[in-house]
Design a protein around this ligand. Structure first.
Ligand SMILES: *Cc1c(COP(=O)(O)O)cnc(C)c1O
Length: 222
């Protein structure tokens, strides 16, 4: 955890940013509740999960702790209720139907669900995320729902060892955010950067980095 915080701080300083402006989301998928508890004891509050079933067990086991849970994985429509009821954020909204179902299922007594739209930067059919051309109308739909709060954009670019390429992808996501903001959306969140490429993401303006391996170690193969 401290190593990752130091990496974020170093990247922020080299980009002339405040380290405090970049939130660390600890991606705890494939790790047990006990490991989340240990990260909490080390000061971590925000955790990311990809699989609803697995996450629900951890959320229940740790309900006594003041944790903030982010859903970051692909969303099947039969899982929207569980996500809307048990998470604080969703980073992976990529189509209208899912946004509508999350809005419908978000309990009225809770704060609106914080939403990032996932963008497919590379244009591959196999990849998750909305096409850049589809973002504007999806953003309007989310903004129109009082049960959702549109916060920003998320992407998982092609992995690359080349920091120039990494930065090019992250810059593309930032430009999409700037376009939406020029159209009045007032978005404040860029969810980008993982263990391999967090420096590039911070240099290009990430406000949330999603880090698993560099905190918890290698995940075992499923
Ligand atoms: C697993 C995952 C991460 C964390 O990846 P690491 O390389 O382990 O840091 C971040 N974002 C998403 C969407 C993930 O699925």
């Amino acid at each position: 955890m401290q190593v990752v915080r130091a990496r974020i701080a170093a990247a922020a300083r080299s980009a002339g940013r405040e380290p405090g402006d970049i939130a660390l989301l600890a991606v705890s998928k494939a790790f047990a509740a006990g490991e989340v508890r240990a990260a909490y004891a080390a000061g971590q509050r925000e955790f990311g999960e990809n699989y609803v079933q697995e996450a629900m067990q951890k959320i229940a086991a740790l309900s006594a702790l003041p944790l903030i849970w982010h859903f970051i994985g692909p969303i099947q429509s039969n899982k929207t209720r569980a996500i809307a009821e048990h998470f604080d954020w969703v980073h992976s909204v990529e189509r209208d139907k899912i946004a509508l179902r999350l809005a419908e299922a978000r309990p009225a007594g809770r704060d609106p669900l914080d939403i990032c739209l996932q963008v497919n930067l590379s244009g591959e059919k196999s990849k998750s995320g909305a096409a850049p051309e589809a973002l504007r109308s999806l953003a309007e739909l989310v903004r129109a729902s009082p049960r959702l709060r549109l916060r920003g954009l998320m992407a998982i670019p092609e992995p690359s060892d080349d920091i120039v390429l990494q930065r090019r992808h992250f810059r593309a996501l930032r430009l999409l955010l700037e376009q939406l903001n020029a159209a009045g959306f007032g978005l404040d969140t860029l969810s980008m950067g993982m263990s391999q490429d967090l420096e590039a993401a911070v240099m290009e303006g990430a406000t949330i980095v999603r880090i698993g391996t560099a905190i918890f170690g290698e995940r075992k193969q499923a």
